[in-house]
Design a protein around this ligand. Structure first.
Ligand code: ADP
Ligand code: ADP
Length: 229
């Protein structure tokens, strides 16, 4: 099966006034790297949150690797199979970089020494081996996002979701974070979905999906020509 098969996704927020997604269908093959673009308020974060099992659709279904997501398995699937990267990093401020990276491993690895070794390995892969004992407040924005990348990848998820991962970074750090993210994803043959409003960033990806007013209005794969661009 494809890694993601989403069908007929609708999302109404509880107050019922916002219809954030309207009949969205999306199939993503294993190993694909795609960007979701579109104007602010178009539903990009909402879709990413549904794909990441952070929230449930009002209507429609999502299968991850053939397995339907439902209310009973969201937490387990998220912990084991999905890595999430946020615009505002979402590190725990009282934990060191090394401790933040270990957070997902508490679900999956009982042996403390193996957790620490795995987290150190990931910090090294993002170029932060020497910052392991720093608190988030002692790190630059770019360094914080690299810690967040390490945390997202430490469980070897098959799916990595990133919501405006460079939105709080200057252009040099944005480039560094993106290139590290891309190389980590490629090495693992993982699937990557990135939300961005930046078309220059989107153009790095092999597929670009456009959401507008909650509808999927364009789906462009490099080398094919159903493109509005
Ligand atoms: P985008 O990521 O494309 O900017 P969002 O998915 O964040 O779009 O938002 C889509 C719509 O849903 C917007 O109108 C937004 O205000 C609304 N929305 C998002 N999250 C919530 C929420 N938790 N409660 C109510 N409305 C929300
Ligand atoms: P990050 O920067 O970490 O991606 P944000 O700071 O953009 O996250 O915050 C996104 C959060 O705000 C989400 O939980 C989303 O559901 C919520 N949100 C967005 N728009 C609205 C809205 N109109 N009403 C209520 N909550 C909203």
């Amino acid at each position: 099966p494809p890694l993601i098969r989403a069908r007929g996704l609708d999302k109404l927020y509880p107050d019922g006034r916002v219809h954030a997604l309207k009949g969205v269908d999306l199939t993503v093959p294993r190993g694909q790297r795609l960007a979701i673009v579109g104007p602010s308020g178009g539903g990009k974060s909402t879709l990413l949150n549904l794909l990441g099992a952070l929230d449930s659709p009002t209507r429609g279904t999502i299968e991850l690797d053939g397995q339907p997501l439902d209310a009973t398995n969201l937490d387990a699937i998220r912990a084991r199979r999905i890595g999430f990267v946020f615009q505002s990093f979402h590190l725990l401020p009282t934990l060191t970089a090394l401790e933040n990276v270990q957070i997902p491993l508490f679900e999956t690895l009982n042996d403390r020494r193996r957790r620490v070794a795995k987290a150190r390995d990931l910090l090294e892969q993002v170029g932060l081996a020497d910052r392991a004992n720093a608190l988030p407040g002692q790190l630059s924005s770019g360094e914080r996002q690299r810690v967040a990348l390490a945390r997202a990848l430490v469980n070897d998820p098959c799916l990595i979701l990133a919501d405006e991962p460079t939105g709080n970074l200057d252009s040099a750090n944005a480039e560094l974070v993106l290139s590290i993210l891309e190389s980590l994803v490629r090495e693992r043959r993982a699937t990557l979905v990135v939300v961005t409003h930046d078309l220059e960033i989107a153009a790095r990806f092999e597929r670009i999906v456009t959401l507008r007013d909650g509808r999927l209005v364009a789906d462009q794969t490099r080398g094919q020509s159903d493109s509005p661009f």
